[in-house]
Design a protein around this ligand. Structure first.
Ligand code: C2E
Ligand code: MG
Ligand code: MG
Length: 698
């Protein structure tokens, strides 16, 4: 027994009772006690303040204090000391009251023995100790709760009371006393649009479907504004699985939520006009498709808008004015909106309207007409009066669309149709367009395969010197040996080849063929004047950065003199970017290659540029030549072009020469070269070789 003695303070005015206690304690076997005895409360309090007392045995009826007051004074003098109250037999009510107020136990005098007294003292000390520990941890918890940035709530589900922490209340702008312990204080402040969801999320945690409660909602602050909050929580359940308590936190996530919403908005809207962008449009279109799948009679329409000649505004008046125009247009388009409709800017000068729902085609057409009207009025942009027109393609849902892309593609196809019909109008997507679109797609696939499998052939059409009447060279013309469709002409595939860029590999193939063929013929026939070959150069090819190198390489590889190659380009290619075109043409001429201006007279009038171009020959377009004998006017035009060429130091060639009469007229006009069915159609290399061998003269 080496435990330290327990210090007991006894406050008792009856010497007999005091002696009794002293005796009992001395008899105790497993513990040692040191008893101090005083007979007045005042002395007791004085002793308590000095400290070192483990337990207080207190008689409530003393000369200087009586009743519960005695206990209260002792308790507040040393709250850390456990108190066992000693009462008389008829004072048990008072004793019980003391226990309720914090006494650890009470003993009835004269009914005490050693065992009882020792046990009571022991328990009192232990219980007090446990209480103290609990109090400390409670205190720590309270401190943590109050110090945290988050609010804390603790909901007693049985009593339906919620403890809200100080912070919880202050986050909403309230003081402690403003908020009661009722759940209503919380739920009545949640935004009406969010409260249902919050309740569901709590319910789903209670039912065990969600492991935690995690819910985002807006809460109304004292000043009436709403802020986004996040509540996390976890519930405790009894053995039956019934939740009886849930506690958690409240976090202010307003700033994050705002950033999120801004980012979402930005990702879904066009920065310049503020209209929904492509992504959002497709999203809405997806919803419209779903609606039309659910209900057969639900219809919607997509109008695809493309401004005519927007590039002119941009180039002519500058991008700032161009941007202003787009903003002004979007403002006018917005006025068309009915609820459910969406106006979006898809990019560049393309807009789209989703009219949802719509009665039928007549409605869609009406909208298109209104757009023409509204956008046809002048725009006043900073003093510039700008006019614009729009081409519109309309696609109407008839229940069979599955993907937003398909609707937009059809509207786009119809828009192109509107453009090709002469702009400033609208076209409605129909099955014929669909068929053509599919065909175009197939052509593109075939064309790629054709390039891979080298299905392209080069044919040759003689070019005749009108002075001597002899063949002086050939134009190389591409043909496609299609495995199913037979030999195809450029008109069947060239535009798609241009669009897809496949014209570049195809074109280089023709150039290589032509150079090889010409070198071979010149070796074989050993003519006094070696033959030359004309090769058409597409715009895409002309823009290739390695154009000059490629041509040089091919000439060297195939062994053809540069002056035997003539490149045919059209005015359109040059007009795209006249300055850089002229520089490139100069480089080509330095190589020694001749330049021929193809289809002259059909493109933009480029007379102003013509004198700057290092062009050798002008090829007069077939349309003038073929009409020549029927109309004096056209003969006049051809005559003018020939003399224009002369005055610029160039030569003239006539395309599409089909009759002896045309040949005679052209000779009379002093035209240098002729090319056409009258001499020969374009033919394969073998037939062209025979033409040379026959040494024809016209
Ligand atoms: P183009 O360069 O103006 O070629 C002349 C076209 O007129 C050829 O059509 C030729 O067959 C046709 N033609 C010649 N004489 C007559 C005639 O007396 N009457 C009629 N009605 N037509 C005649 P083709 O071969 O169908 O070529 C069409 C166009 O395709 C060419 O016009 C040229 O712009 C382009 N093209 C042809 N081959 C190539 C090529 O290898 N590369 C590029 N980029 N374009 C090519
Ligand atoms: Mg040509
Ligand atoms: Mg031509």
């Amino acid at each position: 027994m080496n435990q330290p003695p327990i210090h007991v303070l006894l406050v008792e005015d009856s010497p007999g009772d005091a002696q009794l206690v002293d005796r009992y304690l001395k008899k105790a076997e497993h513990a040692s006690f040191e008893l101090e005895h005083v007979d007045r409360l005042s002395k007791g309090l004085g002793r308590l303040r000095k400290g070192g007392i483990d337990v207080l045995l207190l008689d409530l009826t003393l000369p200087d204090s009586k009743g519960i007051e005695t206990f209260d004074k002792a308790f507040s003098a040393a709250p850390e000391v456990p108190i066992v109250v000693m009462t008389g037999i008829d004072d048990t009510r008072l004793a019980l009251r003391a226990v309720r107020d914090g006494a650890q136990d009470y003993l009835v005098k004269r009914q005490v023995d050693t065992a009882l007294l020792v046990r009571s003292i022991r328990y009192a000390i232990e219980r007090k100790h446990a209480e103290e520990k609990f109090r400390q941890s409670e205190e720590r918890y309270a401190l943590a709760v109050d110090g945290a940035n988050d609010g804390v709530w603790d909901w007693d589900l049985k009593a339906d009371e919620i403890f809200y922490s100080h912070r919880w209340k202050s986050m909403l702008g309230y003081r402690d006393k403003d908020i009661q312990a009722s759940p209503d204080e919380w739920f009545s402040r949640v935004h009406p649009d969010d409260v249902e969801r919050l309740r569901k999320e709590i319910e789903s945690h209670f039912s065990g479907r969600a492991e935690h409660l995690q819910s985002e909602f807006r809460m109304r602050l004292r000043d009436g504004t709403y802020r986004w909050m996040l509540s996390r929580g976890i519930a405790l359940s009894d053995e039956a699985g019934e939740p009886y308590r849930i506690a958690g936190s409240l976090t202010d996530i307003h700033a994050r939520k705002m950033t999120e919403q801004q980012l979402l908005h930005d990702a879904m809207h066009d920065a310049l006009t503020g209209l929904p962008n492509w992504a959002l449009f497709m999203d809405r279109l997806g919803i419209a498709i779903a609606q039309s799948k659910r209900r057969k009679e639900h219809r919607f329409a997509v109008l695809f808008l493309d401004l005519d000649r927007f590039k002119n505004v941009n180039d002519g008046l500058g991008h700032t004015v161009g941007d202003r125009l787009l903003v002004a247009i979007s403002r006018r388009l917005r006025t068309f909106l009915r609820p459910g409709d969406t106006v979006a800017r898809l990019g560049g000068d393309e807009f789209a309207i989703l009219a949802n729902p719509i009665d039928g085609l007549a409605d869609a057409t009406r909208i298109a007409e209104r757009i023409h009207q509204e956008l046809g009025r002048a725009f006043d942009l900073d003093g510039h009066e700008v006019f614009t027109s729009t081409s519109i393609g309309i696609a109407l849902s008839f229940g069979e669309y599955d993907r937003p892309e398909d609707v937009l593609r059809d509207a786009d196809t119809a828009m192109y149709r509107a453009k090709s019909l002469g702009k400033a109008r609208h076209a409605i997507f129909d099955q014929e367009m669909h068929r053509r679109a599919v065909e175009l797609l197939r052509l593109e696939t075939d064309l790629r395969r054709g390039v891979e499998r080298q299905e392209f052939r080069t044919h040759y059409q003689p070019i005749v010197s009108l002075m001597s009447g002899e063949i002086e060279g050939f134009e190389a013309l591409v043909r496609w040996q299609h495995p199913e469709r037979g030999l195809l002409l450029p008109i069947d595939f060239l535009s798609v080849a241009e669009e897809t860029g496949l014209i570049v590999p195809i074109g280089w193939g023709v150039l290589r063929d032509a150079c090889r063929q010409m070198a071979e013929w010149n070796r074989k026939y050993a003519l006094t004047q070696p033959l030359a070959v004309n090769v058409n150069l597409s715009g895409r090819q002309f823009l290739q950065p390695d154009l000059i190198d490629q041509i040089q390489d091919i000439l060297a590889a195939e062994g053809l003199e540069a002056d035997r190659l003539r490149l045919e380009i059209t005015e359109g290619i040059i007009m795209e970017d006249a300055d850089s075109a002229v520089a490139r043409l100069e480089q080509l001429r330095e190589l020694g290659v001749q330049l021929h201006l193809d289809d002259f007279g059909t493109g933009y009038s480029s007379l102003s540029h013509l004198h700057r171009l290092p062009t050798h020959t002008i090829k007069i377009d077939r349309s003038f030549v073929s009409r020549m004998n029927a109309s004096d006017g056209d003969t006049e035009i051809v005559a003018t072009i020939v003399s224009l060429a002369r005055s610029l130091g160039m030569q003239a060639a006539a395309e599409g020469l089909e009759t002896a009469g045309q040949l005679a007229t052209l000779r009379g006009l002093d035209c240098d070269y002729g090319q056409g069915f009258f001499f020969s159609k374009p033919v394969d290399p073998q037939a062209a070789g025979q033409l040379i061998a026959r040494e024809l003269r016209w």
